[in-house]
Structure formats: C-alpha cells, structure tokens
Design a protein around this ligand. Structure first.
Ligand SMILES: [Zn+2]
Ligand SMILES: [Zn+2]
Length: 195
C-alpha cells in the first residue's frame, strides 16, 4: 500500500527532516522540493548526480485536514519538479534541501527494502508526534447541520437540538487512514474491511 494518511499533529516538515536525516547518507542522497502544502522528498543513488541521481523513490507529502498524506512512487527529479510547477533547472539549482553524500558505502538499493524503510521512518515520526491512522478528535466532532452545535464523538443525536447525527459521522480506515463515511463497509482506498 503506497498511500497513507496520518491524522494528528504531524507536519510535512517533521517528515522531511526525518527522511533527510535517515536517507541522505551512504550511497543514497535525499533531497526535498516544495512548500508547506506539498513537498516531494526524493531518495536517489548518486550514480547520476548531474541529473539529480537515478530515481529510487519519491515520497509525496501533502497537507490534508489535520494531517499529512504520504504517497510513495518512482519519479524522476525532473518530473517531480514539473509536477510541482517548477522548472527542472530551477529545482536542481535551488532545491530546498540538497545535502551532499557523506560517504560512499557500496550497497545495492532494493526498492522494496527502501520503501519499507521509508514507511518505518515515517511511522516513527508520526508516533512521536502523536499522529496515527485514527481520525482526529476535532474531525470526528460533528457540527449539527441544524443548530451548528459541535457534538462529541459517537453521539447519535445532537446534544442541543436532538437532530440525528450518527450516519454522517466520518470514520478512518485503520490500515491506511483514509477518511470515509460511517456507512462505508470497505475502505475505498485500500480495500480494508471497515467495521
Ligand atoms: Zn443541533
Ligand atoms: Zn484503507
């Protein structure tokens, strides 16, 4: 599963910092481009430094309501720049973070291994920040459409006017964090069975 949504007090910057620290070493290089809303961290080998390295993995981070969506993929640095509306040359000349490799330990990149390592790193940052696949308390609070009172989690009727609330309360998939309606039985993103 390559798309995850972490809910809670987690920022894109937290993840970028951790990924750069974790992966910008050995024969890997990690660089980031983007802003507060969307950032792509690309982890590459240094075999083609002039072109931004050979792509191993790009981690797309986007800000969502009360959290961060993480999407992993393989994308060339030029494509990353273009998808963010920047020229490739500009991206190469002025990446937000561009650190040179520290040493050159010979080791083969295994894409799946790298992907798991990225997931584990982000999971660690998310845990430290108190974010998870659980939808945040604030999002779960439901504003009554009739009287605009904010109701607590799980309340079937508005505590103020008694209007029914239950079915419209959103839930989040426990496996990927995707937010969906309470009536959904299967996660539209990863297919996980929702209870
Ligand atoms: Zn109400
Ligand atoms: Zn899911």
């Amino acid at each position: 599963m390559d798309r995850l949504i972490y809910h809670g007090p987690l920022t894109i910057k937290d993840i970028v910092t951790a990924l750069i620290a974790e992966f910008n070493r050995g024969h890997l290089r990690a660089q980031a481009i983007g802003d507060d809303k969307t950032t792509v961290v690309q982890i590459t080998t240094v075999s083609h430094p002039a072109s931004g390295g050979r792509t191993a993995l790009s981690v797309h981070l986007s800000h969502v309501e009360d959290g961060v969506q993480v999407q992993l993929g393989q994308q060339e640095w030029f494509g990353v720049a273009a998808s963010l509306g920047q020229t490739a040359i500009g991206a190469l000349l002025k990446p937000i973070t561009l650190l040179t490799r520290l040493d050159d330990l010979a080791a083969d990149i295994n894409y799946l291994q790298l992907r798991d390592h990225v997931h584990a790193t982000i999971e660690r940052v998310a845990n430290a920040a108190g974010a998870s696949f659980q939808i945040s308390e604030r999002l779960r609070r439901l504003t009554c459409t009739y009287c605009l009172t904010a109701n607590p989690v799980g309340e079937p009727h508005c505590i103020s006017c008694g209007a029914p609330l239950g079915p419209s309360q959103p839930i989040a998939c426990s496996r990927c964090g995707f937010v969906t309606s309470a009536e959904a039985t299967v996660c539209p993103q990863c297919g996980n069975k929702l209870s």
